[in-house]
Ligand binder design. Structure first.
Ligand code: ZN
Length: 87
């Protein structure tokens, strides 16, 4: 029982760390570069975080507008929920 609990806590911690990585290492829609480390996206850190989610068969939380689509001239066809989400 203890081993199962330990594994669950470890898996939860790995997913939380992977989510933080995905939230920071975002590939810009405008430049194609990672907003955190500046390399061509998706950067190695982001790819590693995606692998963790794929192994657990879970989906990461997504932040609408995080890739800054307005920088490439996208136009809104409805309520501007990108602006609302990013502040
Ligand atoms: Zn990065």
């Amino acid at each position: 029982m203890t081993a199962t609990t330990y594994y669950a806590v470890t898996a939860y911690g790995q997913l939380a760390a992977a989510q933080r990585t995905l939230d920071a290492h975002i590939t810009s829609s405008a430049t194609g570069l990672c907003l955190a480390c500046g390399t061509c996206g998706p950067c190695p850190e982001r790819r590693s975080a995606v692998v963790i989610f794929s192994r657990t068969l879970r989906l990461p939380r997504r932040s609408p507008g995080a890739t800054r689509p307005e920088l490439v001239g996208t136009r809104s066809t409805g309520p501007n929920w990108f602006r609302t989400a990013s502040g």
